[in-house]
Design a protein around this ligand. Sequence first.
Ligand code: AMP
Ligand code: ZN
Length: 160
Amino acid sequence: MPNTAAAQRACPFCEIIRGASEVSLCYEDATALAFMDIQPVRAGHVLVVPRAHYERVDDLPRAVGLHLYDVATRLIPVIQQVSGTRDMNIVVNSGAGAGQDVFHFHVHLIPRAAGDGFDVPLPFPGSEMPDRTRLDAMAARIISAMRDPVAHATPAAAPS
Ligand code: AMP
Ligand code: ZN
């Protein structure tokens, strides 16, 4: 859903941001806020969220993305200290196919401990190691697209 008034009205994080629903805030500034996930993997599971409604990672202006990462890197050592665990997953689900449930961009900061039952299984057990030539070919395509992003627009960004 685009960044429309309707999208924002239906968005649980926009609701939090306009003060219309309960939240346990742990950080805020003019661009971003961070609050406790309502259904944490473990105590200390925090979401870092832009105040403006951007749905996906590719909707996010670069400066906002960099700011969110800056906030995350400042929160991480504090969460480690408060939760008493150094191990963490930093997770972004962008798009339904990637498991995104709330379509207001957010970064999960998840303290972890052995045996907690959560997992981001990488390497993915359902995949095989491709031939080096295929890895090289994809790397070359990315290098080329970095040089000429317009000519190599992604299917989602390309005009229909
Ligand atoms: P994702 O699959 O990355 O979109 O995850 C959405 C996350 O938002 C989940 O971990 C939910 O528990 C969390 N969540 C949903 N609604 C709220 C809310 N009102 N306050 C805090 N966290 C929420
Ligand atoms: Zn929103």
